[in-house]
Design a protein around this ligand. Structure first.
Ligand code: SF4
Length: 377
């Protein structure tokens, strides 16, 4: 089944560490944009079955509930969207009220992914976030009061000036909020992030790498003890409520992305839309070309990507599945280079699976490079 991703590139404020495809909110631009998105979805529609819709951004919760409703309707009109489809709305705490959340639910949203990032006011201020910890807690209470039963919270660790004790307190705070799903990311600063300059000016530093690793490992261990199961490097869930949409990215699934910069993968072809919102909206209105880049994935690219993404999952790579889908014996192909990671206790190999343990997850990027540049044709 397809996953449908709808990009909403608007934020009420630009955070100093963010390099997503987004711009400042403007009500007129947004109205035109929603109309353009509906046209793109209708044009792509072929009635194929889909079982997830994901509103990502940006800040999708800046849209009005009736706009989200029109977009979901457009997806239902263009595709055969399952009655029990997972429909996720990424949300920032400052946009939450009980009424809005209820209205999003009435429009069809059944999963909220809330960007909390930290439960420490000073850390949030350093990140340039628009909410404090108290506002995030009120948002969670409002979301629950509105009847949302599937809630995911995002946290970031290794923040400027954050100590391991601060990181642990935020994880404890998250557990007390009782989400069904949580994502735990390590902050990655891109080269020109304004936060880098602010850190230099204010002389804020990052904790040593070892402390970052401790925060991550301690956080996952604590979430285990609180009844969550880790299923991906940065993601845990309770009661089997894994992100069905994101799993498509990690298991060679197929998805269509709508909006500027959105990627799609279907039928062995990958493409990406133009990045700028104005260019995108103009192209839709003029009936012009939206695709900036399109390529047929070679067998090698398909294999590399499958190995890369599946290794992110705690269940790891199913060796028989790769053999049947790509005709490749993973251990024969890569075993000589992977062996040192197995011997170092970072990677677990048995005849059926290859998977990272948590220590290996900390070095996942290094281990995954083994799969790059293989000569499988
Ligand atoms: S709210 Fe999210 S998408 Fe928007 S600027 Fe901040 S981090 Fe980026």
């Amino acid at each position: 089944m397809l996953g449908l991703y709808l990009h909403i590139p608007f934020c009420s404020h630009i955070c100093n560490y963010c390099n997503f495809n987004r711009g400042l909110f403007d009500a007129d631009v947004k109205r035109q944009y929603v109309d353009a998105l509906i046209v793109e979805i209708a044009r792509a529609g072929d009635g194929a079955p889909a079982d997830t819709i994901f509103f990502g951004g940006g800040t999708p919760s800046l849209l009005e509930p009736d706009e989200i409703g029109r977009l979901i309707e457009a997806c239902r009109a263009a595709f055969d969207v399952a009655a029990d489809a997972e429909i996720t709305l990424e949300t920032n705490p400052e946009t939450v009220t009980v009424e809005r959340m209820r209205a999003f639910g009435d429009a069809g949203v059944n999963r909220i992914s809330l960007g909390v990032q930290s439960l420490h006011d000073t850390e949030l201020m350093r990140l340039g976030r628009q909410h404090g910890a108290a506002r995030a807690r009120v948002a969670v209470a409002d979301i629950r009061e509105a009847g949302v039963e599937n809630l995911s919270l995002d946290l970031m660790l290794w923040l400027p000036q954050q100590t391991p004790a601060d990181g642990r307190a935020t994880v404890e705070g998250l557990i007390a909020l009782g989400p069904e799903h949580a994502s735990l990311y390590i902050l990655e600063l891109y080269p020109n992030a304004p936060l880098r300059e602010e850190m230099a000016r204010a002389q804020w530093s990052l904790a040593p790498d070892d402390d970052a690793a401790d925060m991550y490992l301690w956080g996952l261990d604590r979430l285990d003890r609180a009844g969550y199961s880790q299923y991906e490097i940065s993601n845990v869930a309770r009661d089997g409520l894994l992100s069905r949409h994101n799993l498509k990215y990690w298991t060679d699934g197929e998805w269509l992305g709508f909006g500027p910069g959105a990627h799609s993968t279907r039928g062995g072809v990958r493409w990406r839309n133009v990045s700028a919102t104005s260019e995108y909206t103009g192209a839709v209105q003029a009936g012009g070309q939206l695709i900036a880049e399109r390529r047929i994935l070679s067998k090698r690219e398909g294999l590399e990507e499958a190995l890369f993404t599946r290794l992110r999952l705690t269940e790891g790579i199913d060796l028989e599945l790769v053999r049947s889908r790509y005709g490749v014996d993973v251990w024969r192909e890569y075993g000589s280079e992977l062996k040192r990671f197995v011997e170092a206790g970072l990677l677990i190999y048995d005849d059926r699976r290859l998977k990272l343990n948590r220590a290996g997850m900390l070095l996942a990027n290094e281990i995954m490079t083994v799969f790059l540049g293989s000569d499988v044709r």
